[in-house]
Ligand binder design. Structure first.
Ligand code: OKP
Ligand code: ZN
Length: 342
């Protein structure tokens, strides 16, 4: 299996996040990608190639133009105000407030185009975000070109980013852009299977009213876990998209037995949908030792995830999302991929 990877992810470094009453170094850190790179080199997964630059025309079909204008420019505007460090939002248009008027000042705009304080931006963030987007599209190109599978080693991740907001370490929704690109290349249906510990709220929102992308999410119950405000089992899609969004919320403490039953059920629904291609939002924060998560999957379980997905027999693009137990993230993420190939 080929991997697409860009060292430009390193631009997104030194950023802070707001969590549990403190501003701390973001859990989504550069070493995550480096541990995965080291592991896939160690097991000789296959060639690692650089991404090809892509313009934002596909991204513009899943994100709003205003949001895509905001992202690359916000840090320069932050600096122009005499600030440095991490640009972090702190005011949001919640219920009862105006969500239809975009404030002029940077703090208002940071809030308008975000959902939480876990999406800080530093000087090199946009270059990293853009490279992550290019990684996803380049890997999608490999699958479209006839490879059975490819691994987009994206950093930063994407599945919390909605049509017009960043959230939870995510800025551009790489998996959603890739899915849209497959459709633009002629695919009739694309399935996105999100196995990250956290609900992929951005992916759900983007495709909620559409029948051409089936979105299947396995995740911690939003009653207990971030992103809290989406990811319940009764969210099934709307309008033309009704029935094409499937959520499997699971309680803290979930281990392989329960989790794999959900995966199996999701895979059956995916088979019924008969997509031309599968995009896997690959998070390995379901791991028992993950520092921000509360599921109990073990290292030996990750290859079984890959094997189950391989059984679908469909062209499959893996897009990296979360996983924060950095010492184990390489073994677990690459474990899914080798499990797929075995
Ligand atoms: C991104 B992905 C950490 C607080 C959690 C947001 C988590 C975002 C996860 N103590 N804040 O889905 O892995
Ligand atoms: Zn996650």
């Amino acid at each position: 299996m080929k991997t697409v990877f860009s060292p430009r992810h390193l631009g997104h470094s030194g950023n802070m996040e707001l969590v549990a009453g403190a501003i701390v170094p973001a859990f989504e850190m550069p070493s995550r990608a480096e541990f995965i790179m080291n592991r896939l080199t160690e097991v000789k997964l296959g060639p690692v190639i650089d991404p090809v630059e892509h313009d934002l025309s596909t991204a513009a079909k899943v994100h709003s133009k205003a949001y895509l204008d905001f992202l690359p420019t916000i840090y320069a505007r932050w600096k122009a105000e005499g600030r440095d460090g991490t640009a972090i939002p702190f005011t949001w248009p919640t219920r009862g407030l105006r969500g239809d008027v975009v404030p002029e000042f940077i703090d208002g705009q940071l809030g308008y185009y975000s959902f939480d304080g876990g999406c800080g931006i530093v000087e090199g963030s946009w270059d990293a975000i853009k490279s992550s987007h290019d990684v996803a599209l380049t890997a999608a190109g490999l699958v479209h070109g006839g490879e059975r599978t490819a691994f987009a080693l994206c950093r930063p991740p994407g599945h919390h980013a909605g049509a017009a907001f960043m959230a939870g370490y995510c800025y551009i929704n790489n998996a959603a852009v890739a899915a849209q690109w497959f459709l633009d290349q002629g695919a009739k249906r694309v399935a996105i299977l999100d196995v990250d510990y956290h609900h992929g709220n951005g992916t759900q929102e983007i495709f909620y009213q559409r029948a051409d992308v089936q979105v299947i999410n396995l995740h911690a119950d939003p009653m207990q876990e971030y992103p809290y405000f989406l990811g319940h089992a009764d969210e099934k899609g709307a309008g033309a998209g009704e029935g094409f969004n499937i959520n499997y919320p699971m309680r803290w403490g979930t281990s392989w037995e329960t989790w794999s039953a959900a995966l199996d059920d999701g895979c059956k629904k995916l088979e019924d949908y008969a997509p031309d291609v599968v995009v896997v939002s690959l998070g390995v924060d379901t791991f028992e030792k993950d520092p921000i998560s509360k599921f109990k999957l073990k290292t030996e379980d990750f290859p079984k995830i890959g094997a189950r997905i391989a059984k679908l027999g469909l062209p499959t693009l893996f897009v990296m999302e979360g996983g924060y137990a950095v010492a184990d993230i390489g073994v677990n993420a690459v474990g899914v991929l080798t499990g797929f190939e075995s």
